[in-house]
Design a protein around this ligand. Structure first.
Ligand SMILES: [Zn+2]
Length: 222
C-alpha cells in the first residue's frame, strides 16, 4: 500500500469515527424511554373549548402541544397513547357531560395503567398580569409529586416563567387516576406575553422538548 493511500485510509477512518459518535449518543439517549408507556391527555375538546383569549382557543392549542409531545416521546422510544386525537371530548352522555368526560378520561388512563400520564392545559384569568407555567399533582399516587418537581426544576432552566408546583386533590378527574402523573398548565393565555409566545412555533418546540427531557430525567432516576 502506498503511503498516500495509507494516509487517506487513516483520514477516512477518523472522519467516519467523528460522524458516527453523535449517532451513538443519539441512540443511547433514545433508550431511556423504551418500554415506557405514557398517556397524554389534551384538555377539553368538542363542545368544551376551555379557556379562550386573543387568538387562542385552549382545546385547539392543547391538542397541538399534545401531538408535538407525542411525536417527541415516540421518537425517544416511548409507547404513547392519547385520550383524544381530534376535536372531541370523551363524554358518552349529554347529562353531566363535563363530569362524564372527565370520568372517562380517568377510566382510559386506569385501563391502560401507564408509567406516567400528562394532562396538558392552558391557564386563563381576568387579570392579564398573571403568568407562568405551573405543574399540578395529587397525592393519589406517591410518585406524582416527584414528576411535578422534576418537570418544574428542569423547565425553570429552559423558560422564563415557571411557578412552583401545586398539590390539588380537589379536581374531579384526578381523584380516580391510580397511575403517576401530573397536569401541566402551560402558561396563561390571558397574559399578552405568554399568549404571544405560545403561538410561536419556536416557543412551542422549546417547551415540548424541555418537557420531554424532564420526563427522560425522571425515568433515568426511577
Ligand atoms: Zn383547561
Amino acid at each position: 500500500m502506498s503511503k498516500s493511500i495509507y494516509k487517506l485510509l487513516i483520514i477516512s477512518c477518523f472522519f467516519l469515527l467523528c460522524i458516527s459518535i453523535p449517532k451513538v449518543t443519539a441512540i443511547v439517549k433514545k433508550l431511556d424511554l423504551i418500554s415506557k408507556v405514557i398517556i397524554l391527555d389534551a384538555g377539553h375538546g368538542g363542545v368544551d373549548a376551555g379557556a379562550q383569549s386573543g387568538n387562542i382557543v385552549e382545546k385547539e392549542l392543547n391538542l397541538v402541544l399534545t401531538k408535538k409531545l407525542e411525536k417527541e416521546l415516540t421518537s425517544r422510544g416511548a409507547i404513547v397513547y392519547l385520550t383524544r386525537e381530534g376535536d372531541n371530548d370523551l363524554s358518552t352522555t349529554t347529562v353531566n357531560r363535563k363530569r362524564n368526560d372527565l370520568y372517562n378520561r380517568a377510566k382510559f388512563i386506569n385501563d391502560i395503567s401507564p408509567n406516567m400520564y400528562i394532562s396538558l392545559h392552558l391557564n386563563s384569568t381576568t387579570s392579564s398580569s398573571w403568568k407562568g407555567l405551573q405543574v399540578f399533582y395529587t397525592t393519589k399516587n406517591k410518585n406524582s409529586k416527584q414528576i411535578a418537581e422534576t418537570i418544574t426544576d428542569h423547565l425553570k432552566k429552559k423558560i422564563s416563567n415557571v411557578r412552583e408546583i401545586k398539590q390539588d386533590n380537589t379536581y374531579y378527574m384526578y381523584k380516580f387516576i391510580k397511575s403517576p402523573g401530573v397536569l401541566i398548565e402551560a402558561g396563561f393565555i390571558s397574559n399578552p406575553g405568554e399568549n404571544y409566545a405560545l403561538r410561536s412555533e419556536d416557543y412551542q418546540n422549546l417547551l415540548i422538548n424541555s418537557i420531554a427531557d424532564a420526563i427522560e430525567i425522571y425515568f433515568q432516576n426511577n
